[in-house]
Design a protein around this ligand. Structure first.
Ligand SMILES: Cc1ncc(COP(=O)(O)O)c(C=O)c1O
Length: 368
């Protein structure tokens, strides 16, 4: 028996007829770029997330870039974020000539620790990008309060957390801008690259709409320089179909996480050698189900040998990558420890119960 880390066929297979009909419709009208499916999907997402405005874009990375461009990030600015995230979060800051300033994470949630945020703020700080890692929202109430006091913008990196909730609201709809990714393995996934920015204010959303098309609403006069950040019409058509199932899929991910938790609790393996993720009562959408162990390398080898798909997100924190200067080993110990210990197990919504047992059995055998 083999259990893959992801099984895209299990989700896309049953929707194939519906998806092909939607693509056929786009083939009929031929508006492959900025067709009416884009506006429809934007309205559906704004309503679902409780955001004022939604702008469909080409990827989660471009969503982040656009959000920073629309907030006038320039060379010399400092933007605070977590070093324990996917490269794009800090990469977009650097691409605009600004400096990513890292703040260590809370080891339980893997999210930027709000208690450490204020000491990283300087006179050059312009904004903060909290990342909702693995589908669990950062502590947004605290982060928003600090940002407001220091007049910083907040761009949420909600690439991994579409549909997640926490006290003040939904992932992506709490800060000034929220950035989503619809990469094929994400909780809401396209058939390729796609992303979205959500915005509270109409003026900011309008600016992002212009920047998405090179800086002009009508290709006649360019007031500023944007880029081609458009989502394909076909992706919007597919995403509208899948959005209807998102709540159900996220609930299934949470249910799968609870099943693992029951198995690990009753096995008695939880302790210094093995820590499963904590499960908040609600709101966590388990984009990844991430366990921690100081024996990560050996556990991963054991699982792969026994047919269990698993992977490490992320094996090296961003402050230790050569493209970001000024940091060294030891600067962010919680992020460094997480990078050395985390391992993602299969948790996708269609994962059968017997597969969860198969994975749990293999993990338990390793630690017993
Ligand atoms: C935290 C985070 N930010 C940004 C991105 C970038 O999204 P995309 O791959 O759609 O460009 C990802 C995607 O993996 C991500 O996980």
């Amino acid at each position: 028996m083999r259990v893959p880390l992801y099984d895209l066929k299990a989700q896309n297979g049953p929707l194939k007829a519906q998806i092909l009909a939607a693509i056929d419709n786009v083939m009929t009208h031929q508006r492959f770029v900025m067709g009416e499916e884009i506006g429809a999907f934007e309205s559906e997402m704004a309503a679902y997330c409780g955001a004022g405005h939604a702008v469909a874009v080409s990827s989660g990375t471009d969503a982040l870039l656009l959000a920073l461009m629309a907030n006038d990030v320039r060379p010399g600015d400092e933007i605070i974020t977590s070093p324990f995230t996917f490269f794009a979060t800090a990469g977009v800051i650097h691409r605009l000539g600004a400096k990513p300033v890292f703040v260590d994470i809370d080891p339980e949630t893997f999210n930027l620790a709000p208690g450490r945020l204020e000491e990283a703020i300087s006179s050059n700080t312009k904004g903060v990008i909290p990342v909702h890692m693995y589908g669990r929202c950062a502590q947004m109430a605290e982060i928003l309060e600090i940002a407001e006091r220091h007049r910083l913008f907040v761009v949420e990196d909600a690439a991994q957390a579409v549909g997640a909730r926490v006290g003040p609201g939904m992932a992506g709809a709490m800060g000034d801008v929220g950035c989503l990714s619809f990469y094929p393995t994400k909780n809401l996934s396209a058939l390729g690259d796609a992303g979205m920015v959500l915005a509270k204010e109409g003026a900011l959303a309008e600016r992002m709409r212009k920047l998405r098309i090179h800086g002009s609403p009508d290709n006649s006069e360019y007031h500023e320089v944007g880029g081609n950040f458009r989502m394909d019409t076909m992706q919007a058509a597919v995403l509208s179909i899948k959005l209807k199932r998102l709540e159900e899929w996220n609930a299934k991910r949470r249910q799968n996480a609870r099943k693992y938790q029951e198995r690990f609790e009753s096995s008695g393996i939880i302790g210094e050698r093995f820590t499963p993720p904590s499960i908040p009562n609600e709101g966590h959408v388990f984009h990844q189900y991430v366990v921690r162990t100081p024996e990560r390398g050996a556990l991963q080898e054991h699982l792969l040998r026994n047919g269990v798909g698993c992977a490490v997100y992320y094996s090296s924190p961003l402050h230790l990558h050569p493209c970001f200067d000024g940091y060294q080993q030891g600067d962010f110990p919680e992020s460094e420890a997480a990078a050395a210990q985390v391992l993602s197990l299969p948790v996708y919504p269609e994962l059968p119960d017997e597969d969860i047992d198969f994975v749990a059995d293999a993990v338990i055998r390793f630690f017993e």
